[in-house]
Each structure stands twice: as structure tokens, then as C-alpha cells.
Write a protein that binds this ligand. Structure first.
Ligand code: MN
Length: 197
């Protein structure tokens, strides 16, 4: 619902009536990718929606190449505050290992109705991150979701996972984060290696 008609009929310099919240599509929605060296390395892709972070685990991480489709397994919603977490989950705990904020920013839906798009399994959106930008899509298939870059000026055949290995917030590698937080440095170091071709 839009407040356009409500606002159009009123002069809020004069009336004491509430102006109301800004339309939902004007609010900035957070986006984060956390590089996570758990039992296996993966990239947790998260989009804020309805007060939570919708979350997908992307084993190979995102690709800027529109011809590359990256498997993204949907996992449980996370609190919005989780997007700021960089550190070590103790071994033996769920997801034990080192977590890096690999990219962070905001996102905008391109699909007009996000809930309907999620239900349908075809969500189009724009990312405004430090590393990832432009238009993307998440498509649900019988095997899981696929994360795909759309063809635009941010598309590239370069491997952003290799060229941009450091934290978007601290500039640290996984090894540095593990060392600073009492984590398993040797295990974290595996995640700092370039992926096998
Ligand atoms: Mn994870």
C-alpha cells in the first residue's frame, strides 16, 4: 500500500496528523555475504526482508559471469544484526569456524512483489555492495536455488572470489580473523587459498 494519496491531501506543516512511515520501498534493506570456513568453506548470502536476513549458503561463492550459475542452498533466516558478525564460532558449535564479512551494503528488489517472487522462486534484485553491484537473480530449481549475475555493466569474467579475498569491513583474511579471535588458524588458512579450478 502507498501513502501517496494520504500525503497528497495534507499539508504536514499545518496539520498535526502523523505523516507516517516512509513507503517500504524507500527504506534501505541490508545485504551481506559472510565467508564462512566451517567444515566446508561457503559464502552465506543474506538479504534483509520482513525484519530478518533471508539466507542462502553458496558453496562456490558468487560469480560476476552471467553464464555461471552458483548453487545456493536456502538456510534458516538470521537476525538482521547477524550481518555485522565477523569472528569465530567455537568448534563443536553449530557452524563452528571462522566468519568474515566478505561484502556488505544494501539491496533493492527488482521484482515488484518480493513475497510473491520468493514463493514463485524467481527473485530479481540490485545489489549495492562494496564488491557486488548491479542486477542479480535467485532462481529456485529442484536442486536448490541458483544465484546468477544479470548482464549489465557490473558483469565480468574476472573471478571476484580470487581478486577480492579480504573482509569488506576489516580488510582481514580468514587467517587474521581466526588468529585475533582464538580460532583454528590452520583451518581458516584453507579458506584463504584460491579455489581449486
Ligand atoms: Mn554458514
Amino acid at each position: 500500500m502507498s501513502l501517496k494519496d494520504y500525503h497528497g491531501k495534507r499539508n504536514f506543516d499545518v496539520t498535526p496528523e502523523p505523516k507516517g512511515a516512509r513507503p517500504a520501498n524507500r527504506a534501505k534493506l541490508s545485504y551481506v555475504i559472510q565467508k564462512h570456513q566451517a567444515s566446508r568453506l561457503h559464502y552465506d548470502f543474506r538479504l534483509e526482508w520482513n525484519g530478518v536476513l533471508l539466507s542462502w549458503a553458496v558453496p562456490k561463492g558468487p560469480s560476476l559471469d552471467p553464464s555461471v550459475k552458483r548453487l545456493a542452498m536456502q538456510v534458516e533466516d538470521h537476525p538482521v544484526e547477524y550481518g555485522g558478525f565477523e569472528g569465530v564460532i567455537p568448534e563443536g558449535e553449530y557452524g563452528g569456524g571462522t566468519v568474515m564479512v566478505w561484502d556488505r551494503g544494501t539491496w533493492e528488489p527488482e521484482s515488484p512483489d518480493v513475497d510473491a517472487a520468493l514463493k514463485k522462486g524467481d527473485l530479481k534484485f540490485t545489489l549495492h555492495g562494496k564488491k557486488l553491484q548491479g542486477s542479480w537473480v535467485l532462481v529456485r530449481t529442484p536442486r536448490g536455488w541458483l544465484l546468477i549475475k544479470h548482464r549489465d555493466r557490473y558483469a565480468s569474467t574476472g573471478d571476484v572470489i580470487v581478486t577480492e579475498p579480504k573482509s569488506a569491513v576489516s580488510g582481514k583474511m580468514l587467517t587474521d580473523i581466526a588468529r585475533a579471535n582464538g580460532g583454528n588458524v590452520e583451518k581458516a588458512a584453507k579458506g584463504d587459498l584460491p579455489p581449486k579450478q
